[in-house]
Design a protein around this ligand. Structure first.
Ligand SMILES: *Cc1c(COP(=O)(O)O)cnc(C)c1O
Length: 485
């Protein structure tokens, strides 16, 4: 559908005088607002009947794509199935109706969930204690780096101002370091995609506060040298930070705490299966090794006998007033309990199997810059045949026509045509075979009818968007759209 028509049909529904509500006459108990607080003109709101409003939102919701609509292989995002039972528990009135300022004795059950999730995360990661307060992975990174800074400061060590970040790192890593007031130093990768230990050695001195690592890294490769790296960083007085966004393939196989990491975050919304996308909601618990617990932020939930208490005193760093995104916490805990220890152990191996199966089935047509066994995700550098001019962007857009969400594209920045695929453990062999077939079909189209791919998508409500124009002249309100149509 053409954008102009779309705008007209969907957005201009307002007709002067139409009403979809009836309210009792306002009486205000005889009180009237002072004129300075009253608006002089009516609010400019759309005027619609109720049926029109219902259809408007229902039709919009049908244009959404989520993991419940189809395959969503968005690398680095772990778009796994979000079991419906998670929603049922999160919606229980005792949880959903909580007030953040409710006294602890009136919400013991909720605090128990909170406390027990902290303990489960410790068991899963091998770290001593967790705070569930941060609202996202990036917020967790910031919290973790603040813990690290507080650790150095508590020892009177003020010269540690640098954080080492691999060139494959997610953009949030350097961003969090910068927000925390630390300087970012980049360490190079080897040809196999892992951290270059020889280069790392040249960066280490007593100005290093920490090294941030993701394992498996954003190329989906397991970092084999972590014991050596941890030793080197610890020897120079720095701490090891683990970006836990890629924890999924490690579940049941190994634990960051056993690898020498001191501080980490977990993206509950990724690994522990709560709906995310479009920016939220999220949760980024931060864990620390033994000896650093006192540096975690307050409030925190503690257990005394069989009573749970919210502790607010003794804070070393401050990241917020409350105990995090509770509905996400309930969903994650439900997920862990419903899988149980044995099934949780299967998550990593199955996610790894699915990713390798797709990679091996497509590497004759798509360029695989880093060969070998991957973990839960991998990166192609576009189509192998570059002569057609069909780019990664085109392949991603064409996938939409076939009913798939696009993979992550143009990240990591190491390659020109990055196409990052993460199938997760949730998908059946049939779904994966279907995706492989479509990826092969697109490669064929690129060779025989490149225009078809370059102008895709053809079957979505909005066609190919002009990214450059959108960046230069963003149309952010429907008013602008309709006045131009
Ligand atoms: C998703 C992700 C983050 C950031 O997490 P958010 O929850 O989106 O803030 C950090 N690092 C990696 C490797 C990620 O994939």
């Amino acid at each position: 559908m053409n954008n102009k028509l779309y705008g007209h049909l969907i957005f201009e529904l307002s007709k002067s005088g139409r009403k979809g509500y009836s309210l009792p006459e306002a009486t205000m108990g005889g009180y009237s607002l002072p004129s300075t607080m009253r608006r002089s003109n009516d609010a400019e709101l759309p005027e619609c009947d109720e049926m029109t409003v219902v259809r408007h939102y229902t039709n919009h919701s049908a244009n959404n794509f989520g993991v419940n609509n189809g395959f969503y292989p968005l690398g680095s995002c772990t778009m796994k199935y979000n079991p419906v039972i998670n929603e049922e528990t999160a919606a229980m009135t005792g949880f959903a109706g909580l007030h953040p300022l409710q006294p602890a004795e009136t919400c013991q059950g909720a605090l128990e969930v909170y406390y027990k999730l902290q303990q489960s995360l410790s068991a899963i990661t091998g770290l001593s204690e967790f705070t569930l307060n941060p609202f996202a992975g990036a917020h967790g990174e910031l919290t973790g780096l603040m813990v690290i800074r507080a650790y150095h400061q508590s020892r009177g060590d003020d010269k540690r101002v640098k954080v080492i970040v691999p060139d494959t790192a997610h953009g949030t890593n350097p961003a969090s370091a910068a927000v925390c007031g630390l300087e970012v130093v980049e360490v190079k990768s080897n040809a196999d995609g892992s951290v270059d230990v020889e280069h790392l050695k040249t960066l280490l001195d007593d100005s290093i506060a920490a090294m941030m690592m993701t394992n498996p890294n954003t190329l989906g490769m397991f970092e084999r040298d972590i014991p050596t790296i941890a030793q080197l960083v610890h020897d120079c007085g720095g701490l090891m930070y683990y970006d836990g966004a890629n924890l999924n393939p490690l579940l049941g196989a190994c634990r960051p705490g056993d690898m020498g990491f001191d501080v980490m975050h977990i993206n509950l919304h990724k690994t522990f299966s709560t709906p995310h996308g479009g920016g939220g909601p999220g949760s980024g618990p931060v864990g620390v090794r033994k000896g650093l617990e006192h540096l975690l932020p307050r409030p925190r939930v503690i257990c005394e006998g069989d009573t749970y208490r919210i502790e607010t005193d003794g804070e070393a760093i401050h990241v917020g007033e409350f105990l995090g995104n509770f509905a996400v916490i309930v969903r994650a805990y439900t997920y862990i309990l419903s899988l149980g220890k044995e099934n949780l152990r299967m998550v990593g191996p199955l996610a790894t199997l699915n990713a390798n199966y797709i990679k091996e089935s497509l590497k004759d047509l798509y360029l695989l810059p880093i060969n070998g066994l991957c973990k839960h995700e991998f990166v192609f550098d576009g189509l192998k045949d570059k002569s057609t001019g069909v780019t990664t962007m085109d392949v991603a857009k064409r996938l939409l026509d076939y009913g798939y969400h696009a993979p992550t594209i143009y990240f990591p920045l190491l390659f020109h045509e990055s196409l990052m695929i993460e199938p997760t453990e949730s998908e059946s062999l049939d779904t994966i075979e279907g995706f492989i077939q479509v990826m092969r079909q697109i490669a064929k189209e690129a060779a025989t009818d490149p225009e078809l791919v370059k102008t895709a998508p053809h079957s979505t409500p909005i066609g190919r968007v002009d990214d450059v124009l959108a960046a230069k002249h963003p149309v952010l309100t429907y008013r602008q759209l309709s006045s131009e149509s």
